[in-house]
Ligand binder design. Structure first.
Ligand code: PLP
Length: 399
């Protein structure tokens, strides 16, 4: 039995079965490549759902991690750390916003944003405590906590997990007019992903984000953009909202903020919004720990110095051309922005999973999202030749 199979058997026995991973056990990574326990090499075309925008084990990030680990890794929020003070300033400046709340996972950052929006509505819009509502979009994905799945429209994420948190409403993604009948006097915020990645790389129509921006400003509603997956270069801009100049009131970041080395997330906003939080009302032991802050600071520097957002635009343009270059009878549509793509297969293809398995056997890792979409999100640092070769491998299997 292969080492990989032996390990998979162990995990099958001892691990929770809340995922259905491809049967591959990874042991190491470098740049755009990973190796499994039987030493087979793969090209990583998923980047841990955009947590690895900088690729695996980027030397500068590993150096920042090691350097900080030897100095101070964790100090809780009972004290401040030098790294946290500098991270707050640098991330606020990077986002051209004023205030930063550091957390750990994306889910926690979204939860934090929901709390801030509710409190802001009570304090700044005089909506009675316990009555603000927040509008989320159909087909959203913002995490897995009870409150977040309370406004999911995906039955799999909700079934058997109720009772749910009240105070959320739903609107169709990409449809500005539909919001008129959903917004009411108690609406605190609208929460949106600029591209619905988990839902199958769904892009809204042009002008949607800007329309949301205008609507929210007119009605004094917070526009909260979840850029956990789209932020930090992935779509060809530092943030996806920059494609339309639709700056949000609340920006939610995670994934590649941790440089692909450890978890760190953040809520970023104006002072008017963030300052509704008072000492003791919210917190996290590990949120903003100096180790994560040191890596995140280096990640922001790298994004600029290696011009990764521009790189995502240039490589994304070529990748789009390559992906659309062949007429493949099983492919319904290729869509994407920057280096984030979905290849939607026709129903008769029988689901994307089996193709991802075949593509993995050929040495390229990508993953199905929902039934029929193959998601492609290589590291933004990928070599052009590797990108082209990975796309060729995928297209060769789609028949
Ligand atoms: N929001 C979006 C848009 C995401 O893509 C994800 C994760 O895939 C999350 C939130 C949740 O982040 P995490 O898994 O770090 O809790």
């Amino acid at each position: 039995m292969s080492r990989s199979q032996e390990l998979l058997n162990k995990s099958n026995k001892f691990g929770a079965h809340n995922y259905l991973p491809l049967p591959i056990v990874l042991t190491k990574g470098k740049g755009s490549f990973v190796w499994d326990s039987d030493d087979k090499k793969y090209l990583d075309f998923l980047s841990s759902y955009s947590a690895l925008n900088f690729g695996h084990q980027h030397e500068r990030l590993v150096f920042a991690l090691k350097n900080q680990a030897e100095k101070l890794a964790v100090c809780s929020r009972a004290f401040m750390s030098e790294e946290l003070c500098l991270f707050e300033e640098e991330l606020a400046n990077f986002c051209e916003m004023e205030k930063v709340l550091p957390m750990n996972s994306g889910t926690e950052a979204v939860e934090s944003a929901l709390k801030i929006a509710r409190k802001w509505a009570v304090k700044k819009k005089s909506i009675p405590d316990g009555t603000p509502n927040i509008i989320a979009m159909e087909n959203n994905f913002h995490g897995r906590s009870i409150s977040i799945v309370s406004f999911s429209t995906e039955p799999l994420y909700r079934k058997d997990f109720g009772p749910f948190t009240p105070g959320f409403k739903s609107a169709p993604f990409g449809n500005l007019e539909a919001l008129d009948s959903v917004i009411d006097k108690n609406t605190a915020a609208i929460l949106v992903e600029p591209v619905q990645a988990e839902a199958g790389i769904l892009l809204p129509p042009a002008g949607y984000l800007l329309g949301l921006r205008k609507l929210c400003s007119e009605k004094k509603i917070l526009l909260m953009l979840d850029e956990i997956q789209t932020g930090l270069g992935r779509t060809g801009k530092d943030f996806a909202f920059q494609h339309e100049g639709a700056k949000p009131d609340v920006l939610i970041l995670g994934k590649s903020l941790g440089g692909g080395l450890l978890p760190i997330s953040a809520v970023v906003s104006s002072a008017e919004v963030m300052d509704v939080l008072q000492p003791g009302e919210h917190g996290s032991t590990f949120g903003g720990n100096p180790l994560a802050c040191a890596v995140a600071r280096e990640a922001l520097k790298l994004l600029r110095e290696e011009k990764l957002s521009e790189r995502a635009t240039q490589l994304g343009k070529k990748a789009g051309e390559w992906l659309r270059s062949r007429s493949l009878p099983l492919v319904k549509e290729v869509r994407g922005q920057g280096l984030l793509f979905g290849i939607e297969l026709k129903k008769e293809a029988g689901g994307a999973r089996k193709y991802c398995e075949k593509i993995a056997q050929k040495g390229v890792l990508c993953k199905e999202t929902h039934e029929n979409v193959i998601r492609i999100a290589p590291p933004l640092t990928i070599d052009e030749a590797d990108l082209q070769q990975g796309i060729e491998t995928i297209l060769n299997e789609l028949h």
